[in-house]
Design a protein around this ligand. Structure first.
Ligand SMILES: NC(=O)c1ccc[n+]([C@@H]2O[C@H](COP(=O)([O-])OP(=O)(O)OC[C@H]3O[C@@H](n4cnc5c(N)ncnc54)[C@H](OP(=O)(O)O)[C@@H]3O)[C@@H](O)[C@H]2O)c1
Length: 238
């Protein structure tokens, strides 16, 4: 049974790919431009893991991704992990193009991928979707990236709704990370952000990507067979 992981070349998605592969699950992952990281992962993990450079916002992305994944085996899971914050800073500084891009990557693409999954999985039980949200969904990320936070609140609502609409064939859950040490912060303009904010975390440190991946892989698995519509916070207690 193959699992699709969006954004598998770096950070949290990369850890998800490594963990799934370690349990013998074939994986198809996407990236948008990190060819070297994707190749390294494919070479290290072997033929069961395939990376594809594919922008998940493309018109034909959901269909292409599922077609490719089905060529590796029947698709049983979808992890909506790829996400972008946009530039860090006040809301009023945000340009239209950046605002639209954040909504396209973080919300429109997961909605379209979930729809593709639901259509292809009609009448086929035992499937699971996990979407990566953020603690920003409840804090709103004032002064940093409110648009990003709004998209994460929306994917949590998507999770709640689809968990009811697609049951019992498909379980739909989300994981909400806190401050995690990945490349996303450098991309937003502040590489050390997860460490700067660590003092707010009761456990006293940023999370590691693998600590989020564990929760995602568990929610995908049969061990979580009665978990549906949950948003699992993995924040160190924030
Ligand atoms: N890190 C945190 O503190 C944190 C906290 C809460 C929630 N999250 C969420 O966790 C998820 C993963 O974040 P991360 O920190 O691991 O980010 P990351 O290190 O920046 O990795 C993002 C991954 O997504 C891929 N990606 C981005 N845009 C894409 C697109 N349009 N099409 C296909 N692939 C795309 C990237 O590929 P390229 O490198 O090729 O672009 C990369 O593989 C995101 O949804 C993020 O919002 C992160």
């Amino acid at each position: 049974m193959t699992v699709i992981v969006t954004g598998g070349s770096r950070g949290i998605g990369r850890s998800v790919v490594e963990r799934l592969s370690a349990t013998g699950v074939p994986v198809l992952f996407t990236h948008s431009a990190s060819d070297d990281e994707a190749r390294e992962l494919e070479e290290r993990l072997g033929p069961q893991v395939r990376g594809v450079r594919l922008d998940i916002t493309g018109d034909d992305a959901p269909g292409r991704l599922f077609d490719l994944a089905e060529s590796l085996g029947e698709v049983s899971g979808l992890v909506n992990n790829a996400g972008i914050t946009g530039g860090i800073g006040p809301f009023t500084d945000l340009a239209d193009d950046d605002l639209r891009r954040v909504v396209e990557v973080n919300l429109v693409a997961p909605l379209r991928l979930c729809r593709e999954a639901a259509r292809r999985w009609k009448g086929r039980p035992g499937r699971a979707i996990v979407t990566v949200s953020s603690v920003a969904a409840r804090t709103g990320s004032p002064g940093e990236y409110v648009t990003y936070a709004a998209t994460k609140a929306a994917v949590e609502t998507m999770t709640v709704g689809l968990a009811k609409e697609l049951a019992p064939a498909v379980r739909v859950n989300a994981v909400s990370p806190g401050f995690i040490d990945t490349t996303i912060h450098a991309r937003s303009g502040e590489p050390g952000r997860a460490f700067r904010l660590a003092e707010r975390v009761p456990l006293g440190r940023p999370g590691a990507p693998g600590e989020i991946a564990e929760a995602i892989v568990w929610l995908l698995s049969e061990q979580a067979s009665y978990v549906n519509g949950a948003v699992l916070e993995v924040t160190g207690g924030l």
